[in-house]
Design a protein around this ligand. Structure first.
Ligand code: DON
Length: 262
């Protein structure tokens, strides 16, 4: 690979000062902003390149929506709305499998912090209930959601997730199909169109790679042939990792990953 990830991290490091760690969940406010890590999984060669804070564990937060969506599609199909997701343990087990990381656990302190401060989520849950699109009751839905947000992952876990999506749903580490091809394609489309909050359109033009962010500072990206996991907790106004996206932009440019250029 021509791109040196350590050099890339050095080049993007100064961007950390443009952002701030999330503070609306008090426990996340304690995270050291000066961290930047990356892991790049080449699906064809099976080679993984990691640099910087690639083994640091952080809260997956909204990146978990990718996993929950895949889990829902696998269990319920693309059109069903009547069944419900059973339990957090099932999501945790599926997360460990698709991230190839049995060490993923729930951070109880973050979960409690989310429970205490998640009134916005609570209001949305009641809204969904009123619209009859919430399959579980409000309390159970919120408990599962806050717990899934509080799972602790690394850049490597997210690179593995991205690699399964990049490999049409097949785990490149053992050749096992973990999700259907349709689930992978559908989820990558949703990531490209909505994965970076209000900045999704901007980054589909600037980076051109299906990506999902979380307020813990994580990014998962699925590019042709590559799964990418990035972590840097200082966020921009939209809630995306500033240095993380700068790094992803550099990787996309250097490795020619922009899908709109094909
Ligand atoms: O929903 C929330 O506020 C968080 N627990 C997850 C945040 C996140 O990463 C994306 N937010 N919408």
């Amino acid at each position: 690979m021509v791109l040196n990830l350590n050099d890339a991290i050095q080049a993007c490091w100064k961007r950390i000062d443009e952002g701030q760690v999330a503070t609306y969940i008090p426990v996340l406010a304690k995270v050291d902003p000066y961290q930047l890590g990356v892991c790049l999984y080449n699906v064809d060669s099976g080679k993984k390149d990691c640099a910087g804070a690639s083994n640091v564990r952080f809260a997956i937060e909204s990146v978990s929506k990718v996993i929950a969506l895949l889990y829902a599609i696998e269990r319920l199909g693309l059109t069903t709305v009547e069944d419900h997701l059973s339990s957090f343990d099932q999501i945790l087990n599926f997360t460990r499998e698709i991230c190839n990381d049995p060490q993923i656990t729930l951070n109880e302190e973050i979960y409690q912090s989310e429970l205490r401060t998640g009134d916005m989520n609570r209001s949305l849950a009641y809204y969904l209930k009123a619209k009859e699109t919430l399959a579980n009751d409000v309390t159970t839905s919120l408990e599962i959601y806050f717990k899934q947000c509080s799972m602790m992952v690394t850049c490597e876990s997210l690179a593995n997730l991205g690699a399964v999506l990049a490999n049409d749903g097949i785990a490149p580490w053992n050749g096992e199909r973990l999700i259907s091809s349709d689930a992978a394609t559908y989820t990558k489309s949703v990531m490209m169109t909505t994965g970076l909050y209000n900045q999704s359109g901007t980054y589909s033009v600037k980076i051109g790679v299906p990506t999902k962010s979380g307020v813990g500072g994580g990014l998962v990206a699925s590019a042709p042939k590559y799964g990418i996991g990035i972590f840097s907790p200082a966020l921009d106004q939209a809630g995306n990792s500033v240095a993380g996206l700068a790094l992803l932009e550099m990787i996309s440019r250097e490795l020619d990953l922009d899908i709109f250029k094909y």
